[in-house]
Each structure stands twice: as C-alpha cells, then as structure tokens.
Design a protein around this ligand. Sequence first.
Ligand SMILES: Cc1cc2nc3c(=O)[nH]c(=O)nc-3n(C[C@H](O)[C@H](O)[C@H](O)COP(=O)(O)O)c2cc1C
Length: 324
Amino acid sequence: MKHILPKELSIPEVQRLLQGGIGPRPIALVSTISKNGANNLTPFSFFNVFGANPPVIAFSPSRRGRDGSLKDTYLNLIETKECVVNSVTYSMVEQISLASTEYEYGIDEFIKSGLTPIDSDLVKPKRVKESPFQMECRLLEIRSFGEGGASANIAICEVVKFHVAEDLFVNGVIHPDRIDLVARMSADFYCRASGDAIFEVEKPIAKKGIGYDQLPEFMKQSFVFSANNLGKFANKEKIPTEEEVNDFIQKIKTESFTEYEISEEAFNRYQRLGNYKYMLRCALDLNLSSDKKKYFLELTAKLALEKNDSDFAWKTALFSGKFN
Ligand SMILES: Cc1cc2nc3c(=O)[nH]c(=O)nc-3n(C[C@H](O)[C@H](O)[C@H](O)COP(=O)(O)O)c2cc1C
C-alpha cells in the first residue's frame, strides 16, 4: 500500500487520486441561467443525492484548478438560486463532454453542445430534452471549503419537480438498462451502467442475517466459496437444522429425475447448464472419495446460491460438512 498525507502531494495529484478511488461517480448535467437570461450547461461528477424528505441533491462547481476563479455555474447559482439537474445517459456522453469546455461567461453550452433546451415549469433554467430524468431545483445553500484552485463549492439543492420518461420504468422501478446512465471514473475514463455491468444484491434491510461470524468453520475454510458467496450465505436469517438438511437430501435421493445420468461428465454438463438440482443428485449418487464428494457438493451449493436459491444452497453446503 502507498500511505499518503494530502499535504505531501500537489493539488492536481490529490484531485487525480480522489477521482481514481471514488467512482463510478454519477454525472449531473446542470443547467443554470444568469440574471440577464443567458443559459449555461455544464456536467459535474462531484454529485449525489442526500435525502428524500425533502429531496436534496448536491454537486460541486469547484474553483478552476488553473487560477482559482469561480465557474459560471457557481456565479449563476449565487445570482438566481435555481438550476435543473439532468441525468446523463450513454447516448449523450460526447455532447455533455463538449458542454464542459471552458467557454467564456455568457456563452450558451446548449448551442455549443447541440443539446435541446426546453422550458421548466417552476424554475427559469431550461431542462435538457435528451435527458430522460430531469430535476427542477432550488438552491438551499452553498458551502465552500478553501479558496485556492480545485477547492469545493458544494451547492445543496432541493428538487421541486421531477420529469421522468415513462419508458424507464419496469414494475414501478427505473430499470438500469432502460435509463442507461454513464458515470465518471479517473482521467478520461467513463463507465456505462447497463448490460453486464448490472447485478443484484438482496437488501438485508427487511431481515437480520446471521452474519459472517456465525457461518460454520468448514464453510469459511472452503476453497470453492468466494468471499461474496460467504457474504450471501451470511445474509440468511436462520441456519437450517440437521433434520431439515436430512429431509431435503432424502427427498432429492428418492425423487424421479428424467433423462438423468450418473457420471462425472454428466455432473460437469449439469454444471455448465446451470442445473444444480441434477448436480446434487449426481454428487449424491456418484461413488467418490470423501474430498471429491465435498468438492462436488460445494460446487452445487455455490451454483444454487448464485442462482438465488439460498435454501437449497444452505442445505447442500451443510450436507457437504459431513465429508470433512
Ligand atoms: C463528466 C465531467 C464531470 C465534471 N465534473 C466536475 C465537477 O464535479 N466539478 C467541477 O468543478 N468541474 C467538473 N467538470 C469540469 C467542468 O464541467 C468544467 O470546468 C466546465 O467548463 C465548467 O463550466 P461553467 O464555467 O460553465 O460552470 C467536469 C467535466 C466533465 C466532462
């Protein structure tokens, strides 16, 4: 590990470090207006949501790194105390990058970037038509820390109206594939938050998982289960009893399986096909050494877990403990 005190680095080095280690950062495409009515549009990735009651978001139009001067967005916010924060999708990324150009004060980045301004309902700054998620906001306060280049000016805003494209929703929730957001990483790297980048982790809020410390030692020692697998096992509220495990195994052993084959080759094939139930039956029926039996049972439990069948996974994993 490198161990670094911020004061040992130059300001650009501190900035690069922070941008490398804190990400992916969501991007706010912020529209403001000067008191003379000139539009301004700029992306900010020092941005997030901080509460829902009332809806509060914040972003930081920092002082310019090269000379410590204040950015147009900051000046407009101080003057007119309103903005529209638009989410940034993959289809807009090159245009929002263009909007980040340091044009002179008063230059309209809607015109420069080719993005389309549309009227807001409650505030003067325009919304960005191409963005499927737009928030009309009023400034609550700006907190500044430092006065040199790259110092923070955190603009804390209340959302007073949302505009959301209807086709983003699947079962009442905005689906990541539908909104296709992009985020900022280090240097010129961005990331696209859809497709293979998306996965689900069950929230532990509604229940109280047993915790990592309560996992049986033989499971923690396994070479098959990853740290993520163990974290998921530990999210279960109650470990199945020995009786429940035995009943489960008995049921699998006596169930009739169509087109079922007993061989190590078949086990591997069932694994490739994601068929953990057939894997278990095969692992039980095969004549294997104790070590190999345990290994096959663990592979089965792992696949069941990754397919979100945690009850099956737990019972199989506990049964594998008999072959220690
Ligand atoms: C994706 C992206 C994210 C950015 N995030 C920030 C940020 O969080 N804070 C900041 O001060 N500048 C950020 N910038 C740079 C500003 O967009 C740039 O300084 C811009 O010219 C400021 O515009 P303004 O003077 O019109 O407000 C970012 C640029 C890009 C492309």
